[in-house]
Write a protein that binds this ligand. Structure first.
Ligand code: T4K
Length: 399
């Protein structure tokens, strides 16, 4: 139902446009029969984890798809980041953006490494290489770039800074599966890259992830660390953890891989539908993905310029949520505003003006296979309606 006056908004007691919640991260499910057949095979084999045949098949297929020498499947990207940081020998301080999911910072802090937050480029939302060098101290051992929304970091500049200062360089590619930079698949940059295959990612293995690298020695280390440090029966050669991917997750990963093109096509069509639905609304900008690259289009990200719309991002969220549109505010309020970083670095925000600004104006809208053109059209019309009627809505809220 389209809204014709503000009394019809669910915020003010009207009927929500959608009967069911529309999520940003509703999982894509591939071919159910294939998945169930795989699960049956797995049960018949009585092999459920520990480098089983599905995990090995997934690793091989992913390495081929990404064009990397090694792919190490893991239980989730957070543990993968921890294993990766340890395998690279990171310690002391590591520079990363604050505009990322908390897992990027926590993985470091969990290892006793101090995350040093760098501001982002407001255009790309990625770590600003121009601001990295100022943060390097005698304790810095590495840089952790994050390909936010699947758009690659400025890899060339980060690589040359890392080289110049003798730092290790790794990437959190949790958002960037299936994306390219200058035609080359993300997965082969830096010394290693980490993917997430969490349920909410367009390509999922329920929970899961992978570390990719072209370095043989590093790959061997990562494989060992994923499995308690074992290097053969009864032989532990290093500290390790349990980062193994289970067979049921790998079965889902293999099934997702078979439908991946279709998922990306749906995401792309949704992106185009949002693009035309939001076209011409001043103060609302949909972030752009380069047509020259491969993108997964998994995140529909808008920036709301309150100075132009009059409507704050947070009031828009309230209006959308009331209509059952579960828009998200990733990455509000920024890692530096969450504990323990908020207490550890009370002045961090002074050095992160672009991050602070972005966390207040960025919003993600529902997409994926659970959303289609019709829903998107309603969402865009609702956003337009909220902006046009902002003064009346605000007055009513203040009354
Ligand atoms: N690095 C970066 C840059 C990341 O973005 C992430 C994760 C990581 C590292 C770590 O990766 P993992 O260790 O998770 O592999 C979600 C995801 O849980 C998280 O994986 C993701 N990034 C982050 C951006 O989003 P939450 O706390 O917002 O999740 P949650 O439970 O609120 O779910 C999001 C939406 O999806 C909800 O509206 C409900 C819906 N949903 C969720 C699940 C799990 C479903 O409809 N079905 C489901 O099964 O973090």
């Amino acid at each position: 139902m389209y809204k014709t006056n503000i009394n019809e908004l669910a915020l003010f007691g009207g009927t929500p446009i959608f009967n069911e919640l529309l999520h940003v991260g509703r999982p894509n499910i591939g071919n159910r029969e294939q998945l169930l057949a795989r699960i049956n095979d797995m049960l018949d084999r009585h092999w459920l984890s520990n480098n089983g045949p599905f995990v090995q098949e997934l690793e091989q297929k992913l390495a081929g798809y990404l064009g990397v020498k090694h792919c190490i499947a893991v239980c989730n990207a957070t543990v993968a980041l921890e294993i990766a940081a340890r395998a690279l020998g990171l310690q002391g301080e590591v520079i990363l953006p604050s505009f990322t999911f908390i897992a990027s910072a926590h993985a470091l802090q969990w290892l006793g490494i101090t995350p040093v937050f760098c501001d982002v480029d407001p255009l790309t939302h990625n770590i600003d290489p121009m601001k990295v060098e100022n943060l390097i101290t005698q304790h810095t051992t590495g840089i952790l770039g994050v390909h936010v929304w699947g758009r690659a970091c400025h890899i060339e500049k980060l690589s040359s800074i890392a080289k110049k200062h003798g730092l290790r360089l790794m990437f959190d590619a949790a958002h960037a599966f299936g994306c390219t930079l200058q035609g080359k698949m993300i997965g082969g940059f830096g010394e290693l890259e980490v993917f997430s295959f969490h349920a909410t990612k367009f390509f999922n293995s329920f929970e899961g992830g992978a570390v990719t690298t072209n370095n043989d020695e590093l790959a061997e280390k990562l494989r060992g660390m994923r499995n308690f440090g074992f290097a053969g029966l009864d032989n532990v050669i290093d500290i390790g953890t349990n980062g193994k991917m289970s067979e049921v997750s790998a079965a889902m990963g293999l099934t997702s891989l078979e439908s991946m093109d279709q998922f990306i096509e749906t995401n792309h069509n949704n992106y185009l539908a949002y693009s035309s639905g939001l076209d011409g609304i001043s103060g609302i900008q949909l972030i752009k993905y380069s047509e020259k690259e491969k993108n997964n289009y998994q995140y529909i990200v808008i920036e709301i310029d309150e100075g132009v719309t009059g409507l704050s991002r947070d009031l828009l969220v309230k209006i959308l949520h009331a209509e059952n549109v579960r828009a998200r505010r990733y990455f509000y309020p920024g890692c530096h505003q969450m504990e323990p970083y908020r207490s550890n670095f009370p002045n961090a925000k002074l050095t992160l003006p672009e991050t602070e600004n972005l966390t207040l104006k960025v919003l993600q809208l529902p997409s994926g296979t659970a959303v289609g053109e019709e829903e998107i059209s309603y969402i865009c019309k609702l956003i337009r309606f909220a902006i046009v009627n902002e003064a009346e809505i605000s007055a009513r809220l203040e009354a």
